[in-house]
Write a protein that binds this ligand. Sequence first.
Ligand code: UDP
Ligand code: LCN
Length: 820
Amino acid sequence: MGSNAPALKRSESIAESMPEALRQSRYHMKRCFAKYTEKGKRLMKVHHLMKEMEQVIDDKSERTQLLEGLLGYILCTTQEAAVVPPHVAFAVRPSPGFWEYVKVSANDLSVEGISSTDYLKFKEMTMVETWAIDENALEIDFGAMDFSMPHLTLSSSIGNGVGYVSKFLTSKLNNNSPSAQSLVDYLLSLNHQGQNLMINETLNTVPKLQSALIVAETALSSLPKDTPFQSFETRFKEWGFEKGWGDNAERVQDTMHSLSEIFQAPDPLNMDRFFGRLPVIFNVVLLSVHGYFGQSDVLGLPDTGGQVVYVLDQVVALEEELLLRIKQQGLNVKPQILVVTRLIPDAKGTKCNVELEPVMNTKHSHILRVPFTTENGVLRQWVSRFDIYPYLEKFTQDATRKIVEIMEVKPDLIIGNYTDGNLVASLMASKLDTTLGTIAHALEKTKYEDSDIKWKEFDSKYHFSCQFTADLIAMNSADFIITSTYQEIAGSKDRVGQYESHTAFTLPGLHRVVSGINVFDPKFNIASPGADQSVYFPYTDKAKRFTAFRPALEELLFNKVENAQHIGYLEDRKKPIIFSMARLDTVKNITGLTEWYGKNKRLRTLVNLVIVGGFFDPSKSKDREEASEIKKMHELIERYKLKGQIRWIAAQTDRKRNGELYRFVADTKGAFVQPALYEAFGLTVIEAMNCGLPTFATSEGGPAEIIVDGVSGFHVDPNKGEESSDKIADFFVKCKEDNEYWNRISIQGLERINERYTWKIYANKVVNMGCIYSFWRRLYNDEKKAKGRYIHTFYNLQFNNLYRNNDGIRVLVKGYLEEL
Ligand code: UDP
Ligand code: LCN
């Protein structure tokens, strides 16, 4: 479709504009629809639609003309079509988050707008007709519970939830509205271990609080700015003000003024400012259940990747932010953060069998490990994240007890990570009535084509029936959702977002989700992670560099011996290195990169290839995908005779040494390549960029947003190997021609990181979320309760049965128990 293709008129729906578009090319369209329907029922993707159209309209200029018109636009924005002759039902996505469904009759080309429910039924008809026509098929409709909560309306606003909640609060809290009293009640409820904060009962109405604020502000204006709160604490308490407003006269006055402004005429700026200063969060629980969760020697173990890095860095950043805020609030309180994970007795030499462990680089944060138990006792070994569901309910109960015992109060904020952590977090937050944030890292649904409609094909391996259901429960329970990038929520112009794919989908035989999540819900926020800048810093920071690792890195990269640590060798060590590091999952496409390199003679002449990931004996891998990727790596090294140009190094667990490894590669004027078939975010991308290493990263997923192509790095299309490997080769040719080119990309990568991808920016955003959504959930308490009851029913009647009756899981659980 040309860029000047006529878009829909704003006022027109697809259902309204399509008949005219079809009429204009009626002859061709009749033939086209006859072709679409001639094979009977089936599901078609946009490339199928295009291909068959090409077969029907063989004149290229006629085809181009058609594709440049409205019809081309409609076809290009179609995500899929369900063919049930004589009809073809289209799911059209004109822009991120917006969907429209229409059915077209192949007989007379009549067009009718249909609901998402009807579209899903069409889709089911192509596979499981009995379910599609079953009048009692279970339909899940979370949207039915959204009675009054405001929603965004523009695709471009998606992901800026906090900003819009401030705006919505502004209109809701205008003078004399009952919501202004809700704010007073909320302030009255703030306390730390039973001690009031901000105000006490003396100021229990808007007028009383407003007058007291005027008196207090006048008193404060006569004090030196740095007068400590303690000097006027007693007088303020008599007026009804408690601790929490600030640590000195200036800050207290500033906070009070923001509140006075809100009462007078609310505006988003003061709203943001005031909520950001409230003493709401002291005790935080972060749930990250699966994998080996430890601070050393765990990375690269099955199911143990970026999530662990993310959560550990997150704790450090959150604790720093809480300590800063608590000081500024004038309080003398210790924050507590507990990272809750599972205790694995067979810890494989890691500390995953230790119950309580302080988190490094923090003062008050711990990892708490709680074992999985069944009626047979404690489960000793690691369990894949795909098989984990049967253990989670009991784990939630045990962990909740333990958390309250250790914290001695209930947490103020619970944040879940990934499906299992999010499910546990939802159950826990509902039990404790605590504000809930969730983080997906990567939702699995979009990783596999048609994973919903064909769920049965995947279920024995992945148990997606459990996973997608758990994800729905968590995302609907959450008060706010933290995402790493926009694309995670709503995708891009052409690609459906991970959350967006849960808007309407169907698991035939289980349930039809007619409204699963609304990406325009202001609960969605983008807060991208950073990389630990004490570990990942520019290669040019000579004084900071961990030079002690040099000899070991020399050995790791250049020693010609093959051993359990490395295989292959680098004949010409003067060449720059292209480097990649990842778990050996299929989706990481490390084998793809190896093949691109193997096939591209020019690239092979220019650079060496270094891969870090997995290990070398497939028979020793317990992970289903890892074993096959290991085998494939060996085959590729043989097939393309890569020895002499490739070094394959086993998974590395020492972060500091890895930091130095990225810098070592930068010293060779090399590059980092992240070739994943799909990557949710991609921590390695920002680690490399932090080290000043020019980075080529996949155009599929988060990295496409992190890097501005050609400026702060480059995008590579994982599905176009030749084009991608040529792009990398072109870069190295250009570096030879222009001495400054490599440096420019390196510096621009660093600039991009410091503007957007740091933990400081992240922690500030997340604590603000905790503060503002704690009030937001109260304001919409009735709605929240109704949804809570619906979720409770769904969990008990559907989810619980799913994992109990899931044959695949039953066999696995039996297997685990027999090993005991
Ligand atoms: N990593 C590592 N050793 C390895 C492979 C990966 O230390 O052998 C680290 C890597 O530096 C990064 C994380 O594991 O911090 C991987 O995160 P990413 O977001 O790239 O991918 P994920 O594994 O979470 O899918
Ligand atoms: C999981 C993933 O797949 C990565 O893309 C992320 O970077 C990582 O988690 C941390 O969020």
